[in-house]
Design a protein around this ligand. Structure first.
Ligand code: ADP
Ligand code: ZN
Ligand code: ZN
Length: 802
């Protein structure tokens, strides 16, 4: 009798282990690790993941599995192994690790069907009756069939396949596609025999001789400019086949991508490309750090490295921050690799993401371009993993499992024996330090392709402006340059560095600032709804007409939100057409792309926005970039604030003058002498690195020390304080004297959603026991019902210190 070990989907510590179930006879031999099953668990039926299957004695003590949910594993052996790694390294639950790797469609309960994927007569006669009247069978009904394994056999043979129905979204669309029924040789011969009068047919043949891949009928007719009768003519001659195939909901499907081939590499690019290629060829799990300013040709190096892997029949993962998953970026990959690319971005619906994921699983694509979670793409023969803009904070997942994408990538590289390439103009100090020590291999692109000059950057001291009587958000210099560009019909990008700088409401009589009743944080004013919102708990209230504290009517909003800058632009430069891009204008699906497209096609003179405009954009006509408030990030309680300021300013400066027209950047600051601002203006990464490394060393921060942040929260303040105290002293006892343990102290945001927050910060160089100790702490408080409601979050290598 077969026995399966199962990890059940109950997200608590007590059940974070394998439970055994017997496999009923009808499913014997069908289950393998990575498949999902439904099992009885106490009074409930819940989902679980099979982790192993073994032969065992029927003892009567084990319960049988209720039903099976997959005929093929949803997780590959490698991903199962990676889940172990995630569990150990981020202290998460096994089930959380599994869930993090799967597309959402597989997490929720959607109806699943088995459908015919070819003609009925190919299917085993025993199950043919199921498909006789319709081409799909409910999955669960099929599994109840006495010989359920016949369905599995047919699935493996490709005669049927499993499909999900995500409510009204996941219904598969089909379309006609045309593919060659003969070789290109035969096609060329056939062309000789076709009469001169069948002109369209001959054009079609020429097309296929050049692009022999299958193509959608609609697109083909567009490209060749003919009617479908010509295609049918070729079909009658047996040269092509017209098929109904499933269309994936590809958000880029309306676009025709012109195929582009590789650019001849510059000398510098070759020097970077050669060792990467060697590493792929020799199957080495090297980690490369590729440092190169924007426009230095990193993407071209990525594209050609990926091509090396593909040529060897391997696969590639290309990670970019969500924010730079721009149409321009995706376009370059589509132009180079065509239909072999799947794209994952947050604009996709659940069904669309599932479609992309299936393409990987069925080996229909070899390249994935996506944000963080794409690192879990279920490829089985990876040849390279690339992380662009490796310094971006979004590569760290801020919920459990709290993994850093870079670490996962390196772990997968180890398994597949393939290189990982980290690219950036401003690498994290951690990566740069590792490259310096030789742990990573350092590659550099020092100049821009074609020697295009870096833009000139001017720093304006806003304190001087104020002294000179200028109360506008625009300095005199920036204003003059904007007027100049408007006259020349060139475009301008204005960036408001908004992090930690929201438009709050204050009473001018008594100084009262509107606070969230649930969180220790001021409320943000939203003009369109004339309301105040809390960005942490979602609390919303109407804008008061008088001060709740003193009753004065002199209550108004402060700060320079994008809306306010937009108003000021309308006053000062009424002739300018402005597009505003921030969370308010881009929350709807596709609006991000629409706004960028409008700007790109010259429908506006000024693009005004928050950090989200800083990266990934490439507009030929932009010759001026203004940074309105360079230093708002510098004083956040975060040891990376200088690094983040440097990165952002360097990035945004790189936006200007990427094409024929030279670019200028104006950076407005209240602390213009700060080294992160001065060195960003010079695009001097090297000096910034040296200076910041000294600061980190003095203060014992990464990359000299590792840090782990433990945050405790509860509605009861006394309890939070006492538990954090206990945790801190337990850590002091367990760790070596070299470890620095700071705390307990109130978190920078000391209350969120009525829960008080305290923390303890651990800095250390080598503490082999740390994970074990932290695990004990979590275990202890999770299992004690006296601590119900208490939450402990352990964040290793935290990116957000709040
Ligand atoms: P990065 O990714 O470092 O910002 P890109 O790869 O986007 O740089 O290159 C910047 C610009 O230079 C792009 O327009 C790209 O098409 C062009 N480019 C890159 N490599 C070459 C090359 N070898 N020859 C000609 N043009 C190139
Ligand atoms: Zn007041
Ligand atoms: Zn709140």
């Amino acid at each position: 009798m077969e026995i399966a070990s199962v990890i059940v989907d109950v997200p608590v510590r007590q059940t974070d282990k394998e439970f055994d179930y017997t496999i009923p006879e009808k499913w014997a031999g069908m289950l393998t690790p990575g498949m999902r099953v439904l099992v009885p668990f106490g009074p409930r039926t819940i989902q679980g993941f099979v982790t192993s299957v073994r032969e065992g004695e029927e003892t009567g003590r084990l319960k049988p599995i209720y039903s099976i949910q997959d005929l093929e594993p949803a997780l590959t052996p490698e991903l199962l192994h990676l889940a172990d790694w995630l569990t150990t390294n981020t202290l998460c639950l096994k089930i959380a690790a599994f869930q993090a790797m799967l597309p959402a469609a597989l997490k929720a309960k959607y109806k699943k069907y088995l459908v015919l994927s070819g003609p009925l007569h190919l299917v085993d006669p025993e199950i043919q009756p199921y498909f006789a009247s319709q081409n799909k069978v409910e999955f669960e009904a099929a599994m109840e069939h006495p010989s359920a394994r016949i369905f599995q056999k047919e699935l493996k043979a490709g005669h049927i396949e499993a499909k999900y129905e995500v409510k009204n979204k996941l219904n598969k669309k089909t379309e006609r596609t045309v593919e060659l029924a003969v070789t290109t040789e035969e096609l060329r011969e056939a062309k000789e025999k076709i009469s001169k009068s069948a002109r369209k047919q001959r054009v079609l043949i020429d097309f296929f001789l050049e692009y022999p891949d299958p193509i959608a009928m609609k697109r083909l007719l567009q490209l060749v400019n003919c009617g479908d009768s010509a295609v049918k003519g070729l079909e009658e001659k047996g040269l092509v086949r017209i098929k109904q195939t499933e269309v994936y909901r590809d958000p880029f499907q309306d676009r025709v991508f012109e195929h582009k081939s590789h650019l001849p590499l510059t000398e510098e690019q070759s020097a970077a490309f050669t060792p990467i290629k060697a590493s792929i060829d020799e199957e080495k799990n090297d980690v490369f750090l590729l440092e190169g300013v924007t426009g230095s040709g990193k993407t071209e190096v990525y594209l050609q490295s990926i091509d090396v892997a593909l040529k060897q029949g391997k696969e590639a993962i290309m990670l970019v921050p969500e924010i730079s998953l721009t149409p321009q970026m995706v376009q370059r990959f589509k132009e180079r690799f065509g239909d072999r690319v799947a794209v994952f971005h947050s604009g996709l619906s659940i069904g669309e993401k599932y479609d992309e994921w299936r393409k990987i699983f069925r080996k229909e694509v070899q390249v994935v371009v996506g944000a963080r979670s794409a690192i879990f793409s279920p490829f089985q023969n990876l040849g390279i993993i690339i992380i662009d803009e490796e310094h971006e904070a979004s590569y760290k997942q801020e919920e459990t499992p709290r993994y850093h994408t870079r670490d996962v990538a390196i772990e997968r590289g180890l398994y597949h024996r393939c290189p990982v390439v980290l690219g950036s103009a401003t690498p994290t100090l951690e990566s740069a330090a590792r490259a310096q020590k030789g742990v990573y291999k350092y590659l550099q692109l020092a100049g821009r392709v074609n020697q295009r000059p870096m833009p000139s950057v001017e720093i304006v001291d806003m304190r001087e402006e104020l002294r000179a009587g200028n109360r506008s958000v625009f300095s005199k210099v920036l204003m003059e340059k904007m007027i100049d560009r408007l006259e020349k019909k060139q475009q301008i990008i204005l960036m408001l560095n908004k992090r930690g700088h929201s438009s709050f409401v204050m009473c001018r009589s008594c100084g009262e600032v509107s606070q969230c009743p649930n969180c220790e944080i001021s409320l943000t004013y939203h003009k369109y709804s004339n309301s105040l919102k809390c960005h942490y708990c979602g609390h919303e209230e109407g804008m008061p007409s008088s001060c709740p504290a003193c009753g004065s009517e002199a209550i108004r909003y402060f700060g320079t939100g994008t809306q306010k800058v937009e108003e000021e632009l309308a006053k000062l430069l009424p002739q300018a057409r402005v597009i505003r891009m921030d969370v308010d204008t881009t929350s709807r699906k596709g609006s991000h792309e629409k706004l960028l497209k409008a700007f790109g096609t010259g429908q506006a003179d000024i693009l005004l926005g928050t950090q989200m405009i800083a990266k990934g954009l490439d507009f030929a006509n932009v010759t001026l970039v203004g940074v309105l408030s360079a230093d708002t990030m510098l004083y956040l309680p975060d040891f990376r604030s200088s690094e983040k300021t440097f990165q952002l300013l360097t990035q945004v400066s790189g936006r200007a003058g990427r094409h024929e027209l030279p670019g200028e950047v104006v950076v407005q600051s209240y602390t213009p002498e700060h080294y992160s601002i001065v060195l960003a203006a010079k695009q001097n990464y090297e000096d910034f690195y040296q200076q910041e490394m000294m600061v980190r060393k003095t203060n014992m921060y990464p990359p000299f020390f590792y840090i782990t942040l433990v945050t405790v929260s509860d509605e009861d303040l006394m309890k939070v304080v006492s538990v954090t105290e206990k945790i801190t002293s337990y850590l002091r006892k367990g760790l070596s004297p070299q470890a620095v343990i700071l705390g307990p102290s109130a978190s920078p945001i000391s209350r969120i959603n009525n829960r008080y927050r305290y923390q303890c910060l651990i800095k250390y160089k080598r503490e082999p026991n740390l994970n074990h100790i932290l695990h004990n702490i979590i275990e202890h408080y999770q299992q004690d019902s006296a601590h119900k409601g208490l939450k402990i979050v352990v964040d290793q290598n935290p990116q957000i210190m709040m």
